[in-house]
Design a protein around this ligand. Sequence first.
Ligand SMILES: [Zn+2]
Length: 403
Amino acid sequence: MKLLTARFLLSPDGEVLEGGGVLVVGGRIAAVPRTSGAARRAARVHGATVEDLGQGILTPGLVNAHAHLELSGFHRRVPATRTIRPWIESLIAMRRAVGDHTLGAGVRRGADRLLRTGTTAVGDIDSTGAAGRVLAGHRLRVRLYREVLDGGDPVRAEAACAAVRRALPRRAGLCEGLSPHSPYSVSPALFALIGKVARRRCLPVTIHWSETPAELEWMRAGQGELAGLVRNSPHRTGLDLIEEAGLLGPRTALVHGNHPERGEALRIQRADATLVHCPGSHLFFGRDPFPIRHYRERGVRIALGTDSSASNDDLDMRREMALLRRSAPGLDPREVFAMATDHGARALGLEGEVGRLERGARADLCHFRLSSEDTKACLDELTTAIPEVGGVWIAGRRVAQHA
Ligand SMILES: [Zn+2]
């Protein structure tokens, strides 16, 4: 049993407190005393060892809602292209050319980087099996989404779904999920099959959605640069397909959403799904400004992710927050930090487990070293300055420090 304290603490409702601490029992948070006096009393009553982390803030570990750790060895190997197709084709060719060992080494390197920079939970897409193999033995908390796609060809749908069903049996320590890759690369038949599997097994899903104008053009009219790369435009919107398969709900994370059409943001909000924005990847491709105001005005919950090293310069959620603050300076830092913690937990179906310093949650924690001297300035510094990580704990065990 131990009590961690720091100069500042993020309360369960997102307020910065001076003093206080986190009492850890059996890998979970047993109490969050809100003042130094209450913390001292809690330590005395429970006979807890006290570790004072000093200057800085103790927070929940960051939650990266979207990554492809198997691509961590592909940093700067595939240059951004003006249109999306050449980039996808280069990436697929490169991924085919490397062996399991290389992919696995990338997964390990990416997972280590996340831990060192304060991320304790990730939603990772596994398209090759490499991530599942490596992450089963890694300390990072993972929602492992099995990727499914058939290139829009319904003839391949049953086989694609069967392969995923075979891969689904639980591996120790990994939370499973499903990722139909995107509406343009998954036929309506495969969406329907995935919908059944996800409902039967209560699996969270994540789907790349509305990333580029080319995707919208293909979905609606079967034209544009995706013609030939995938087959059989459904002549429907992606959100329609997702919703009809029963895949738009509270355990759905839609990734990107750069081009919402009329009424779509409200449908996402009413379904209580989460939209995942990846600021670093957005910057890499030089995309038009992300319509964050459009989503926020309609009450859509937004989480943050890094996407892969193939389309981002780092796997560091501190940097994602800083990039978002720079591109949307009017945002409240408290909301930005929630996007990188609590909202990410919701996206991964891990609410109540991670993302908040609250009683009963896993003791997945991070200590950031800050120069701020008052409670008001802490979250501003935390979300703009990429502060040094003093320590990272998963289930109450220290796993990393100093990044
Ligand atoms: Zn992605």
